[in-house]
Design a protein. Structure first.
Length: 140
């Protein structure tokens, strides 16, 4: 990817916890292109203990994620919680700025197909700690 198109974040999180993803990974209608398209959540550093307890769990999904009209009007960030099958966790990260539309559209697409509006996720270990990746390719 060219250096001028690199996702840099909005500066509200440290560079090592700014999340990642690109709108270049999506086609018309914000549908993920073929391949393993993921979005790594930003702001996961304060939730390392929670993520460590989820590390061995198999099926994890987002819980909620849709913004209220008030949040939409003020352009508030989307804070993500996870559903483990038996419980909903606390906030584990924030969708990186600029990628909120892709997440909202994926949730809407799942709901319109009659599926539960939950995006599959995985907890991954990086050199800077545990991070949450939304498996956007699974919402095609």
């Amino acid at each position: 990817m060219a250096w001028w198109r690199r996702q840099t974040g909005d500066g509200s999180f440290p560079k090592t916890d700014a999340g990642s993803g690109s709108l270049d990974d999506y086609q018309y209608g914000l549908q993920p292109r073929k391949g393993k398209v993921v979005i790594r959540l930003a702001g996961s550093d304060p939730y390392q203990a929670e993520l460590a307890s989820l590390m061995g769990d198999g099926d994890l999904f987002t819980a909620g994620g849709q913004r209220t009209m008030e949040e939409e009007r003020t352009d508030a960030p989307i804070h993500m919680r996870l559903f483990t099958g038996t419980k909903v966790t606390g906030v584990v990260g924030t969708v990186p700025r600029g990628l909120e539309g892709a997440v909202t559209e994926a949730l809407s697409r799942l709901e319109s197909r009659g599926e539960k509006p939950r995006i599959p996720v995985q907890v991954v270990r990086t050199k800077n700690g545990l991070r949450v990746e939304l498996l956007m390719w699974a919402t095609r």
